[in-house]
Design a protein. Sequence first.
Length: 195
Amino acid sequence: MTPRAIEASVILPMADYAKQRAERRRRITELKRNRRLETGPFATFYFESYDTMLHQVHEMLFIEKGGAEQIPGELAAYNPLIPQGSELVATVMFEIDDPVRRARVLATLGGVEHGAFIRIGGEKIRGVAESDQERSREDGKTSSVHFLRFPFTPAQIAAFRNSKDDVVVGFDHPNYGHMAVMPQAVRQTLAQDFA
């Protein structure tokens, strides 16, 4: 069974990580290929896992060089993004290179995190935004990064794994009503998050 939390004991010393970093980054890039889904012109769902979060923790420690004192903070930040067996967890990013256009688009997407869903057949599983901080402001502007969990019932997990119906990921926000059918390779990969 996949671990549900990263323990400090599995964090490599940074000297060891530095030696393995290129190969680990290559492997994680391959792993992430079937854990992402573009939805509309700007949004990408990056479905997280124990492995993606372990990689992220190592990268933050490597880049920021905070040593052992940094580890508890990184674990507190990234452990909540590991699926717990009856859910999918996604980092949703609105990726717009041009800063002027990005500001203009994000100013119209307040509350978009509450409009995210996964649909199987006629059933919608609503995304639940992480409550660590408010991602949308009162003036209607939203953040370019959102952390969402999609809690599934046992019947919805079975449908995700076995149903002939498409799995659709999308938003029903008035200014971002985009959807995408999840490719079979992504669906098969994400089905492993339910255990």
